[in-house]
Design a protein around this ligand. Structure first.
Ligand SMILES: Cc1cc2nc3c(=O)[nH]c(=O)nc-3n(C[C@H](O)[C@H](O)[C@H](O)COP(=O)(O)OP(=O)(O)OC[C@H]3O[C@@H](n4cnc5c(N)ncnc54)[C@H](O)[C@@H]3O)c2cc1C
Length: 399
């Protein structure tokens, strides 16, 4: 199948649109048909939502869907499930798990969340103290997760927890698919600077997880976590939805709206800055495209941190400039601080909202400092960070 041409791929996507009218069919029906046609995650194997092609070819499908104004092709339908859950299940799950989860992740019937961070451990997530103890064919898990995006609407969580404290920290973790409706799972909202509770804290009290919901071997959870994190960085750094799309489009819209009101000197300065950011957004888009072409296997690697680092810092500069262009209007946050729990990822209705939301970009999915460490060590081969707990059993690390 890997010899399929771009023209054929375009035609297959058009055939899908002709067969299942996206403006008449509901989200689950259309996306289910897209999955069955192998046009969901094109780098996945045949029969599992893909065609075994290079990841970069997904852009061709997305373009045809976008041009046809298909309302359901956006990753935001299930960002964590599609961006991270699906590759994790594919790479580390059983055939039964593939069958059960992949299609429903893509259609959005099942929403997924990522349960890694804990109050004491974010960047150093390998050191988490939550605890899973074996009880026959089940595990009993206790602990607290935090910053868990979309946990309040999720059916499944990707749970990393410590199952052996008496080995070095990376070797004592296991990874489970958690049923978010299981007894003992309590989700409480955490409100953000935007006035929405996009993420949550999640308390786990004697939660029982069947052992067959474990991904990979006992104690091998860190390897699965790495798959999750690398895919998270690709998802966060990757998408701008085409040339001139994404955050830079918001800036261009604001520029077009405000440019004639600026005095000549400010106009010159702002125009230079807008042009600079537009160029950087284009460099980011092309860099991501090149990375996808180079990732022939479809696997995310440490190079995904380039896009994540660049897009996080660029987004912040884009919305800082957009806010400046808005002038006094930029201080208005007309949607207010509703303190709602959005069932979407976030409310990006106005510049002030996007500006506030972009502050999180350099933290979520790993901070910019951590991205620089990964790039230095894993991509450039520079000497590693100081690690005083290396080789020390987790239970012996001073807490
Ligand atoms: C909007 C948003 C959504 C999120 N969603 C999720 C989610 O769904 N699931 C989930 O599990 N987590 C989620 N997170 C949590 C996120 O992954 C963590 O916040 C992040 O990894 C940083 O961890 P921390 O907050 O504990 O900060 P810390 O790790 O305490 O870091 C504090 C500061 O120290 C710096 N620092 C730490 N270690 C180093 C080092 N070795 N070298 C240099 N500097 C260092 C950091 O860069 C940072 O500036 C989300 C966060 C945000 C903001």
């Amino acid at each position: 199948m890997s010899d399929i041409t771009d023209t054929e791929l375009r035609q297959r996507t058009q055939d899908l649109i002709d067969a299942v009218d996206p403006h008449a069919a509901d989200q689950f029906t259309f996306r289910g048909a897209q999955y069955d046609a192998g046009l969901a995650m094109v780098h996945f194997p045949e029969g599992k939502g893909g065609l075994g092609l290079s990841r970069s070819k997904q852009g061709i499908i997305d373009e045809v869907l976008r041009d046809a104004k298909v309302p359901y092709h956006d990753l935001m339908i299930n960002p964590i499930g599609i961006g991270m859950g699906a590759p994790v299940v594919l790479n580390h799950g059983t055939e039964e798990m593939h069958e059960k989860h992949l299609r429903k992740i893509f259609t959005g019937e099942d929403i997924w969340c990522q349960m890694f961070s804990e109050p004491t451990h974010g960047s150093d997530v390998a050191g988490i103290p939550s605890r899973g103890v074996r009880d026959g064919d089940e595990w009993i898990v206790n602990g607290q997760k935090v910053w868990t995006t979309l946990a309040h609407v999720s059916n499944y969580g990707m749970l990393l927890t410590r199952t052996n404290p008496d080995v070095p920290k990376h070797n004592g973790l296991s990874y489970f698919i958690l049923d978010m409706k299981a007894p003992g799972v309590e989700v409480r909202p955490l409100y953000q600077i935007t006035g929405e509770a996009e993420f949550n804290e999640v308390f786990l009290t004697d939660v029982r997880i069947p052992d067959d919901q474990r991904l990979s071997d006992e104690g091998d959870g860190w390897r699965v976590a790495i798959t999750t994190l690398m895919n998270e960085r690709v998802a966060l750094g990757g998408g701008s939805g085409g040339k001139g799309g994404g955050p830079i489009r918001s800036l261009m819209n604001t520029w077009m709206k405000k440019k004639d009101d600026l005095d000549p000197a400010t106009h010159q300065i702002m125009r230079d800055e807008v042009a600079r950011l537009w160029s950087e957004a284009e460099i980011l888009r092309l860099t991501n495209q090149r990375a996808k072409v180079m990732a022939k296997t479809g696997q995310a690697g440490p190079g995904g941190s380039v896009g994540k680092l660049m897009s996080a810092e660029l987004n912040q500069r884009i919305f800082e400039l957009a806010l400046d262009l808005e002038g006094p209007d930029g201080m208005l946050h007309t949607s207010g601080y509703p303190m709602t729990r959005s069932d979407e990822a976030h409310n990006l209705g106005e510049i002030s909202g996007q500006f506030l939301r972009s502050r999180a970009n350099t933290i979520e999915g790993g901070t910019s400092a951590i991205m620089r460490n990964i790039l230095g060590e894993r991509v450039l081969g520079l000497p590693g960070d100081v690690r005083v707990d290396k080789g020390v059993n987790w239970s012996d690390i001073p807490k």
